[in-house]
Design a protein around this ligand. Structure first.
Ligand code: IMP
Length: 443
């Protein structure tokens, strides 16, 4: 029997609106577990007249009775984390007994940010346009086996020695390469030892917790951060983030086996956006980009940067469905297209004069793509808030069916506005959700 679990992830370059979708779906789940990234992510959730921007804490925390778990695959900045906990408390949301941090997660320390900021602007370095949160250097230390894990953050002796040794090394590197001013290890230790005491009650062996929950028939949602095309292996390398944003990351990033993953849900906008540098084959530069940006409010939730906008890219969506094993698609921001007469959709690529529908591995190939478009009819009426597929204009139904057919994954859900109830759930997907949520709520 399939486990009552689902991975929910971004099918594009992040910002697909996963926050709202996880929030809507988590109502029936026992736990939501984040498996990758750090506070570079920004999930905006709107409930009534309250707006929450969650960066590290899984959206499940907004659902009473749903455990919110930060998995071992995440890089945790304790200061940013506690700031988020305090913000939630100020809004009346207490996290004790509901929020758990993996003892195996890696810790982001101030020198990670220092090195990233210096490296991003250093001559001869490829500028990635990162979120400047120290994510990449923290994962570098993890892979180099010189990182600090949460379990060690909690041990004063280990923390002190780690900070002293690491500062000596990082200060020397940053000074030699980038002329950076040194970081004071004593000050850092005081700040992080104090933060550790506040994090301590939330730390747990979350891999075991998830195993026991799933074993007892509980339902778990694995919440991805960023998106498939930002994945360290499968994305548009080197213009990617430093973690496994794709479905495989859910197993390694939370400590459950791949057989504990029941299904994969990919979230895609009805068009495409990207922030930061890097190739984007269907990017548009004319007035339509401005219109998508303002109608879709396409500005970064974390950095406020305007997002680059473009048309739906079917070969890329098919690639995403392939690397993730996506069974269900959730289409967001459908209403942003409401005013268009016709909607271009990329159905293939021309590279060096040759037609292909494969996504090239190299950046040069990606940059030289000439997207081949078909034009679908627009509907020119409001779809905002429609929660029933049959009530959508015929052309909007056709747009969705086209996307489904061409990308080879079933559409389970469509979002037509930022509120929880501006969402349609298609009948087959509703059945799947019922199957998953039919376990004990919490163990
Ligand atoms: P980093 O994750 O800060 O290292 O940034 C690497 C790339 O990923 C940059 O292009 C960022 O703009 C992008 N990125 C990181 N997090 C997000 C996200 O949550 N949404 C969209 N793009 C992101």
């Amino acid at each position: 029997m399939r486990a009552k679990t689902a991975v929910i992830l971004g099918a594009q370059w992040g910002d697909e609106g996963k926050g709202k979708i996880v929030d809507v779906l988590s109502g029936g789940f026992s736990a939501v577990a984040r498996y990758a990234g750090g506070h570079n992510a920004g999930h905006t959730v709107i409930i009534g007249d309250q707006k929450f921007v969650l960066q590290l804490i899984p959206c499940g925390v907004l659902r009473p009775g749903c455990k919110a778990i930060i998995g071992n695959g995440v890089v945790l900045d304790p200061i940013a984390f506690l700031r988020e906990v305090d913000k939630l408390a100020a809004l009346g949301i207490e996290v004790d007994g509901q929020l758990f941090v993996s003892n195996r997660a890696q810790v982001i320390l101030p020198y990670h940010r220092m090195i990233e900021l210096a490296a991003e602007s250093a001559p001869g370095r490829q500028k990635i346009g990162t979120t400047s949160r120290g994510i990449g250097p923290a994962y570098e230390d993890k892979m180099a086996r010189s990182g600090l894990r949460v379990v060690d953050l909690l041990n004063e002796k280990i923390l002190k020695t780690h900070i002293e040794n690491a500062c000596q090394e990082k200060n020397a590197i940053a000074h030699a390469l980038f002329g950076s001013a040194p970081i004071d290890p004593a000050k850092m230790f005081d700040e992080y030892a104090a933060a550790a005491e506040r994090v301590r009650p939330l730390v747990a062996d979350t891999g075991r917790m998830l195993y026991e929950l799933i074993d007892a028939g509980g339902s778990v949602m694995f919440e991805g951060a960023q998106g498939t095309m930002l994945d360290i292996d499968h994305g548009t390398y080197p213009f990617v983030t430093s973690s496994s944003a794709t479905a495989g990351g859910a197993a390694t990033g939370t400590g459950v086996g791949p057989t504990a993953i029941g299904t994969v849900i990919g979230v895609t906008k009805a068009y495409v956006t990207r922030v930061g540098e890097g190739p984007f084959p269907t990017e548009i530069h004319d007035a339509s980009a401005e219109s998508l940006r303002s109608r879709g409010n396409e500005f970064g939730a974390v950095t406020g940067r305007p997002r680059r906008c473009g048309w739906l890219d079917i070969p890329m969506l098919r690639y995403s469905n392939q690397v993730n094993g996506t069974e269900w698609l959730v289409v967001t921001k459908m209403d942003v297209l409401d005013e268009l007469d016709e909607i271009p959709v990329c159905i293939g690529y021309k590279i060096d004069g040759k037609m292909t529908d494969s996504v090239p591995a190299d950046v040069r190939g990606l940059e030289s793509i000439e997207p081949q478009y078909t034009r679908l009819k627009g509907w020119r009426e409001s779809t905002e808030g429609i929660a029933d597929f049959d009530r959508l204009p015929k052309a909007a139904q056709e747009y969705l069916r086209f996307q489904e057919r061409e990308s080879q994954a079933r559409i389970g859900m469509v979002s037509t506005g930022p509120e929880r109830d501006q969402t349609m759930i298609l009948p087959e997907f509703a059945e799947e959700l019922k199957r998953m949520a039919a376990g004990p709520k919490a163990v």
